[in-house]
Every structure is written in structure tokens, then in C-alpha cells.
Design a protein. Structure first.
Length: 77
């Protein structure tokens, strides 16, 4: 009985650890993550290692802060 209880407790601890560790995100130097917690904007996070709480929080996209060069033709008067 004790061995079965230990296995169940270890399994539950493993599942909880996986859920908590799934919130770790790595953001590149030129990126930012908008974080939503319960659907409300909580701020921009990054760069580096950040934590987004699983289940109640999400990062819907990555925003790049790099400059993008666009070629265009000059307009004539």
C-alpha cells in the first residue's frame, strides 16, 4: 500500500512540476512578448528568460524591435 501511495504522489508531483516549468519562455534580445493574464494586458516582457504563468497567462505573439528597411520610389511633383 505504501509503495502505491508513493508512486501516486511522485506522479502528481511530476505533473505539477511539468505544468509549472511550461511557463518558462526565452525571449531573444530583439524581441518582446506582450503578456496577457486572465485576458488583460499585464505588460511587455523580455529580453531574456521570463515566466508566464500557465493556464491563467499567455503570450499571444512575439514583437520584433529590429528595424526593417523598405525600398520605395521617390514621388515626382
Amino acid at each position: 500500500m505504501s509503495v502505491a501511495l508513493d508512486v501516486i504522489i511522485a506522479f502528481i508531483a511530476f505533473i505539477v512540476a511539468v505544468i509549472l516549468l511550461s511557463g518558462i519562455k526565452v525571449v531573444n534580445e530583439w524581441e518582446r512578448l506582450p503578456v496577457l493574464i486572465l485576458g488583460r494586458f499585464a505588460g511587455l516582457k523580455g529580453p531574456g528568460i521570463i515566466y508566464v504563468p500557465p493556464i491563467i497567462g499567455k503570450a499571444p505573439m512575439r514583437i520584433s524591435t529590429r528595424l526593417q528597411a523598405i525600398a520605395f520610389r521617390p514621388s515626382s511633383p
